[in-house]
Design a protein around this ligand. Sequence first.
Ligand SMILES: [Zn+2]
Length: 142
Amino acid sequence: MEDDDRAGTKTEDSWAAELSPTQFAVTRQCGTERAFSGCFWDEKRAGTYRCVCCHTALFRSQEKYDSGSGWPSFFEAVGDDKLATIRDDSLGMSRVEVRCKNCDAHLGHLFPDGPPPTGLRYCINSASLELAPSDGGDVVRG
Ligand SMILES: [Zn+2]
């Protein structure tokens, strides 16, 4: 039996075959899409945002808000147990990196300047997400 379907055992090559170049650069190489370049920063539809790699539900449209940053922003995740947070001191900044706990995909960063009630801003790359609309429409991949 192949165990390629288990996210944790996938090689970088198999991720590269499944993902678009942008999705791969963001999720597997900790890249950042350009502000206002992704497909979800201005997305208003109701639905669930899932990890583009392993399809785990991560965020919901109810907790999405317009931060003005050009990236999809959420003040709360579906559950803290879905995300891993890692200190990131790259680029001369001290930030908190957010990853999918299930498959280790890089998602974006977490900042302490979000709106009530949490005061948090999950600043997430569109390319690391897919939207499953509440109306049952087709899943949109970032
Ligand atoms: Zn994942």
